[in-house]
Design a protein around this ligand. Structure first.
Ligand code: NAP
Ligand code: GCO
Length: 266
C-alpha cells in the first residue's frame, strides 16, 4: 500500500467552528499531515482566540468570522477563502450547538435554532464548496454527526433530529456527487470531553461524579470519556486519498458505546 495516501500535503482544509474543541483537534491533526488550515467562528474574539491557539501549536491558520447558517455570509466567506488561500479540498462541518430541554418545554424557536446550526449549516456549507470541488475533480466532505444520529435520549430532541438528518444528508451528498470524485462521510463521536459536554461532567457538591458521567462510563467499554484527539486519526483517514472508495459512511468513534448494552450489575 502507498502510505503517502494518508498525507494531506498541498490540501486546503476548512473546519467550521474550529476555534477550540473537536474542530480544533481535527484541524491541528490535518496541519500535522501537511494541510493548510482555514476555520471560522461566529465572533471575531473567538477567531482571534483560535488563531492564537493555532499559532501556539505552530500552525499558521486562516481564520474568518462567518455564521454557517447565513447563506450570504457563507458565499462571501468561501469566495474570500478562494481568493486569499485557494480552493477548498476538504470541508469538515463541525460547528454545532445543543440545547438540553425536555421536548414539551422546548419552544419551536429553540428547536429551529438547533436544526438551523446543526443541519441547515452543513447543507449551506456543502452547497458552497461542491461547485469548486467538481471543477477541481475531487473533494472531501466530513460531517460531524453524533451518537444521536442513531440513538435518542431525554431532553435532546432537536439535536437528535438534526444529527439524524445530518447522517442522511451525508448519504445524499455521497449519492448525488460521488460521480464527481467527491466523498462525503460522517464521523460520529461518542461522549467527548469538550465545553459542549462540560455540564454533564460537573463534580457534584458532595465531590462525587455527575450521575450522567457515571452513566456514560457504564455505557462505554473503554470506561472513559473520549478526548478530541481521539478523533484525529479517523478524521485524517476520511480526509485523505486512503479513503477514496469510502463514501456515505458514518464512522463512529465512540469507545464502543453503540456495540454495548452497558455494564451489567456485579
Ligand atoms: P463546542 O465545544 O460547543 O464547539 C462548537 C463550535 O461551533 C464553537 O466554536 C462554536 O462557536 C461553533 N459554532 C456554533 N454555532 C456556530 C455557527 N452558527 N457558525 C459557526 N460556528 C458556530 O462543541 P464540540 O464538543 O467541540 O463539538 C463539535 C461538533 O461535534 C458539534 O457538531 C457537536 O454536535 C459534535 N459532537 C460533539 C460531541 C461531544 O461529546 N463533545 C459528541 C458528538 C458530536 P461559539 O463558541 O461561538 O458558540
Ligand atoms: C448529550 C451530549 C451528546 C454528545 C454527543 C454524543 O447531551 O447527550 O451532549 O449529545 O454531545 O452528541 O455523541
Amino acid at each position: 500500500m502507498d502510505v503517502s495516501k494518508f498525507s494531506l500535503e498541498g490540501k486546503i482544509a476548512l473546519v467550521t467552528g474550529a476555534s477550540y474543541g473537536i474542530g480544533f483537534a481535527i484541524a491541528s491533526a490535518y496541519a500535522q499531515c501537511g494541510a493548510t488550515i482555514v476555520f471560522n467562528d461566529i465572533k471575531q474574539e473567538l477567531v482571534d482566540k483560535g488563531l492564537a491557539a493555532y499559532k501556539e501549536a505552530g500552525i499558521e491558520a486562516h481564520g474568518y468570522v462567518c455564521d454557517v447558517t447565513n447563506e450570504e455570509q457563507v458565499a462571501q466567506f468561501i469566495a474570500k477563502v478562494e481568493e486569499e488561500v485557494g480552493v477548498i479540498d476538504i470541508l469538515v462541518n463541525n460547528a454545532g450547538i445543543i440545547k438540553r430541554i425536555p421536548m414539551c418545554e422546548m419552544t419551536a424557536a429553540e428547536f429551529r435554532q438547533v436544526i438551523d446550526i446543526d443541519l441547515n449549516g452543513p447543507f449551506i456549507m456543502a452547497k458552497a464548496v461542491i461547485p469548486s470541488m467538481i471543477r477541481k475533480g475531487h473533494g472531501k466532505i466530513i460531517n460531524i454527526c453524533s451518537m444521536m444520529s442513531e440513538l435518542g435520549r431525554e431532553t435532546v430532541s432537536a439535536y437528535a433530529a438534526a444529527k439524524g438528518g445530518l447522517k442522511m444528508l451525508t448519504r445524499n451528498i455521497c449519492s448525488e456527487y460521488g460521480a464527481y470524485n467527491i466523498q462525503c462521510n460522517g464521523i460520529g463521536p461518542g461522549y467527548i470531553a469538550t465545553p459542549q459536554t462540560a455540564p454533564l461532567r460537573e463534580i457534584q457538591p458532595d465531590g462525587s461524579k455527575h450521575p450522567f458521567d457515571q452513566f456514560i462510563l457504564a455505557k462505554t467499554p473503554a470506561n472513559r470519556w473520549g478526548v478530541p484527539e481521539d478523533l484525529a486519526g479517523p478524521a485524517v483517514f476520511l480526509a485523505s486519498e486512503a479513503s477514496d472508495f469510502v463514501n456515505g459512511h458514518i464512522l463512529y468513534v465512540d469507545g464502543g458505546i453503540l456495540a454495548y448494552i452497558g455494564k451489567q450489575p456485579s
